[in-house]
Write a protein that binds this ligand. Structure first.
Ligand code: AHR
Length: 518
């Protein structure tokens, strides 16, 4: 008798447990709003930054024609071949802080006549100026990339800046145009973007935004080039959550033909500890720093929102772009290296940081029409690391390769339902991030990330999709990385499986996935 009473009670407890637990674990699903296509994801969101800094250019890209490292006219063959795979759309050069002490005339003409200068911004080392204007354009041409030249406002003059532009773009028979010809380049080069100074609030001259905005107008007035070769001019903007630079520039620089500010360059670096004195290590970090790295990375969305809201007020037609022309992780320099060289390892954490940033840039593609990861080789969140003749591809490189289909694609909004939070102590962030687009060849691509370091997650892809195949990048540890001897973080194939009318894909812990949906 007792048994027959107990059984229904136990049964109903069991049933409600099942109901409760299936409610508690409702499917995490994504819906791609193919019915609400957004704007074009400008390919230049995938721009890169190459500065005269550490082994970024010298050794990383340029070894000189006499080097025993295999090279084409001085450019490393291995690095160039790897970069070609990324379809690098744009390169920013020569800095950074270095730009405001760069005098372009030092980097033209026969190598043996070029002066040796001191890089006072980075490491105090000498620069023989073997890599100058002609070498930069050759690099861009080899990669099929557009060029973004950063002019010297800090220690240069309006004349020096204007003459550089004339040297690069003039088809005339002027002395400067003929000097370019004498140095080996007959036709003018196309200059796509030109910035007037860099970080003018800091290393570029410690200016106020008010003072800088007047200098911008002064210098821009004299930047003349043929009508069909007028670069988009970029003003040096603020950083992190600063809005003052954006506000002042939008207020003070009229959108006239001669001043034509087409972008404001804003900078944001991810520091695990958010502290410039003790940023945190690139490898061997605790889970707290894994977590805080993502929380800090995601802040960029707010910075974009607040700055672009100001721009919308002054420029509702969105003529001026918000260019995040420096972004990425910045860790404590690897022990034993020159601290001014900013050399750091790159782990699966960096892969996730790259994907999170790119997903956010896609979302604001109407204003964020160009960004440059810092930097291309051997510096900060690099694509490639070298050690003399050896080279490795970083996890960040692999993400950039996986995301190539997003270049120039049409953004498709993605809704994530029941996205759990990954939390640690008092920090918390959505576990899954997603971005989707219709590629130029008409395919639908979906990118997904899982920042949880220990739990896989199943994602239901809603909609009438038949199949999804693509690539997954992950690692067994939070600081899984590639060394010159062992490649541990490399892309692998992944497929979704059918579940009813939907597809299901399992995102491994700490992973980035890109899928083509059919
Ligand atoms: O990317 C390294 C440096 O970071 C750049 O030179 C400067 O603009 C920024 O502070």
């Amino acid at each position: 008798m007792l048994g027959s009473i107990v059984k229904p009670i136990v049964g109903s407890i069991f049933l409600s447990f099942i109901l409760f637990s299936s409610w508690a674990q409702a499917d995490v699903s994504v819906v791609i709003r193919t019915d609400q296509p957004g704007g074009e994801i400008n390919k230049n969101i995938y721009g890169q930054f190459a500065e005269h800094l550490g082994r970024g250019i010298y050794e990383g890209i340029w070894v000189g024609p006499k080097s025993s490292i295999p090279n084409t006219r001085g450019f490393r063959k291995d690095v160039i071949a790897a970069l070609k795979e990324l379809k690098v759309p744009l390169i920013r050069w020569p800095g950074g802080c270095f730009a405001d002490e760069y005098h372009w005339r030092n980097g033209i003409g026969p190598h043996k006549h070029r002066p040796v200068t001191v890089n006072t911004s980075w490491g105090g080392v000498t620069d023989d100026n073997a890599f100058g204007t002609h070498e930069f354009f050759e690099l861009a041409e080899m990669l099929g990339a557009e060029v973004y030249i950063n002019g010297n406002l800090g220690t240069g003059t309006p004349a020096e800046m204007a003459e550089w532009l004339e040297y690069m773009t003039s088809p005339s028979q002027s002395t400067l145009a003929n000097l370019r010809r004498k140095n080996g380049r007959e036709e003018p080069w196309k200059v796509h973007y030109f910035a007037i100074g860099n970080e003018s609030w800091g290393c570029g001259g410690n200016m106020t935004p008010e003072y800088y905005s007047h200098l911008y107008k002064h210098y821009a007035t004299f930047l003349k080039s043929p009508e069909d070769n007028r670069p988009a001019l970029i003003a040096s903007g603020g950083y992190e959550n600063l809005t003052e630079w954006t506000e002042t520039l939008m207020k003070n620089v009229p959108q006239t033909w001669s001043l034509r500010m087409q972008g404001i360059g804003h900078h944001y670096y991810t520091l695990p500890r958010g502290n410039w004195e003790k940023k945190g290590r690139a490898t061997g970090f605790p889970e707290e720093e894994w977590m805080s790295t993502f929380v800090n990375t995601l802040k960029i969305e707010d910075y974009i929102k607040t700055n672009t809201a100001i721009m919308d007020k002054h420029d509702p037609e969105k003529k001026v772009g918000f260019f995040v022309d420096e972004w990425g992780t910045w860790y404590d320099t690897e022990e034993g290296d020159n601290p001014g060289f900013l050399y750091q390892q790159n782990t699966v954490r960096d892969a996730l940081v790259a994907a999170l940033n790119l997903n956010i840039f896609h979302k604001y593609a109407d204003r964020v029409r160009m960004t440059n990861i810092a930097q291309m080789v051997n510096v900060l969140q690099a694509m490639i690391l070298t050690d003399k003749q050896k080279m490795l591809l970083t996890p960040t490189y692999h993400v950039f390769k996986m995301y190539v289909p997003f270049q120039g694609a049409t953004h498709l909004p993605v809704e994530i339902k029941n996205n759990p939070n990954y939390s640690l102590a008092d920090l918390s962030a959505p576990q899954v991030s997603a971005s989707s687009a219709k590629t130029k060849s008409g395919e639908t691509v979906l990118a997904l990330t899982n920042i949880n370091p220990s739990a896989d997650i199943e994602i239901l892809i809603e909609g009438q999709w038949e199949s999804a195949e693509g690539t997954v990048l992950g690692g067994d540890k939070m600081d899984a990385h590639n060394t010159f001897d062992k490649q541990s973080v490399t892309p692998k194939p992944i497929q979704a499986r059918k579940k009813g009318n939907a597809l299901v894909v399992t995102l491994p812990s700490k992973s980035v996935v890109t899928l083509f949906l059919k």
